[in-house]
Ligand binder design. Structure first.
Ligand SMILES: [Zn+2]
Length: 456
């Protein structure tokens, strides 16, 4: 049993002073006392504020290694699709060792940014050319090995990627490494299930049909029916071209098609529901599914702006993810979520919850949506939930003298993730004084991988 004492904490019902919190061996919060006094054996978190930690709901870990390598303009106007070509070339030769090293670095960076958990949307399954590894879930095992080393709470999402484009186009080139038909996907999931079962009990396995364009209606519906009770993530409407292609093929815009044809509910996370009509926005909000927003990546790729104000007004659930991992920065992700809306609406404080500051409203919405998307019993400091927790350093200038919601506003709008001091994932205390305990070894390995990738 681990116990902490802190002067101020954000609990499920709001801010509380002099909080003593204990964590059981299963990683869940066993007790919370307020107006308490520290006891012998407590870790006294002097000069810190304790918050529930976010789950990062969308990541492709391997893309971290190409961060900052696609920032030049080609011969024509650059777009998501030219970025994707570069990404395909880059992944052509990644080995399992390299994937594990990159995933570990990404998880260390996420935890140092204040995330306790991640949904890894994992599609690099096979050997170059598409042949299976001896263990069909070799690459999933490498992501899991990284999670075992870093202690992050992992919701692993093996991706079903069956077609190269809308209308059941065949896979081409680099896509061969992603490819699964229905049967191969079931074999992959069975093997991945054994891999994830060996991780701590908070780690889970979900499914991820890549997108409407990379599946077919029949295969998609059959796959969803075959894996009941698991988180389901899908890329849905990231690009206007994608919306036009799906409309031409299936006769409906992607979000409308999904809501009409799939059992979208609270198990679902629709990533990049960027391009929606007002009707799609309302219907998705009412479905209970989470809209997965990846603000830094969406800005980097020029995707567009999600209709946050209308979606939240209809009771929708949102969470944030770092997607391409071009930059892993929690406060910046939330700041950009709000700032995109301010620029779009020419207004301030757009994300709004009665009685809360904007920073608090952004943080609380992302806590709940992230936990829901990962199928993770977290998102608030309350007895029985996993102890996903983060502390901020109150001696930092951006937080000096602040109380309550202004702490979150200071972190998100005036500071950055250097304010993060400690992080626990289901009680695993892995970030201390702003640094992950495995940072040195993980970074050293990653530098070796980068060197060989850049030389290739
Ligand atoms: Zn993605």
């Amino acid at each position: 049993m681990e116990s902490v004492f802190v002067e101020q904490a954000l609990l499920a019902h709001g801010w509380a002073d002099r909080v003593r919190l204990t964590v059981a061996a299963d990683g869940r919060i066993a007790s919370i006392e307020t107006d308490a006094t520290p006891r012998a054996g407590d870790q006294v978190l002097t000069g810190k504020t304790l918050l529930p930690a976010l789950a990062n709901l969308h990541s492709h870990a391997f893309q971290r290694a190409m961060a900052g390598l696609t920032e030049y303009r080609g011969q024509q106007r650059d777009s998501f699709w030219t970025w994707r070509e570069l990404m395909y070339r880059f992944v052509g030769a990644l080995t399992p060792d390299q994937v594990e090293a990159i995933a570990a670095l990404v998880q260390v960076e996420m935890m140092e940014a204040g995330y306790a958990a991640v949904a890894e949307f994992h599609y690099l399954h096979h050997r170059p050319g598409g042949g299976a590894y001896d263990d069909i879930a070799e690459m999933s095992a490498r992501v899991a090995a990284a999670a075992s080393e870093t202690g992050i709470g992992l919701t692993h999402l093996p991706v079903l990627y069956a077609f190269g484009g809308a209308g059941e186009k065949p896979l081409s080139g680099a896509q061969a490494r992603f490819g699964c038909d229905g049967e191969r996907y079931q074999a992959l999931m069975a093997a991945a299930d054994r891999v994830i079962a060996a991780l701590p009990a908070d780690c889970r396995l979900g499914i991820a049909p890549h997108s409407l364009r990379a599946t077919s209606p029949g295969l998609l519906k059959a796959t969803v029916a075959h894996f009941p009770g698991r988180p389901i993530h899908i890329h849905i409407a990231e690009q206007q071209q994608e919306v036009r292609d799906i409309e031409a093929w299936l006769g409906a815009r992607p979000v409308a098609w999904a809501l009409d044809n799939l059992p979208v509910d609270e198990r679902w996370c629709l990533v990049h529901a960027t391009h929606m009509t007002a009707d799609e926005t309302t219907r998705l909000a009412r479905s209970g599914g989470v809209a997965g927003l990846c603000l830094i990546t969406e800005a980097n790729l020029g995707d567009g702006l999600f209709p946050v104000e209308a979606f939240l007004g209809d009771g929708g659930h949102i969470g944030v993810g770092s997607d391409s991992n071009v930059r892993i920065a929690l406060a910046e992700e939330l700041r950009l979520l709000e700032y995109g809306q301010r620029l779009g609406h020419q207004a301030r404080n757009v994300v709004f919850t009665e009685g809360q500051s904007t920073g608090r409203a952004l943080y609380e919405a992302s806590l709940k949506g992230g936990a829901r998307a990962l199928g993770r019993d977290s998102g608030a400091l309350k007895v029985g939930a996993y102890a996903d927790m983060v502390t901020l350093d109150m001696t930092a200038l951006a937080l000096d003298g602040r109380q309550g919601d202004r702490i979150l506003d200071g972190w998100i709008f005036a500071g950055d993730d250097r304010l993060v001091s400690d992080v626990w994932a289901a009680g695993r205390h892995k970030v201390k004084d702003g640094r992950h305990v495995a940072r040195e070894a993980v970074e050293k390995r990653y530098r070796g991988v980068l060197k060989s990738l850049l030389a290739a």
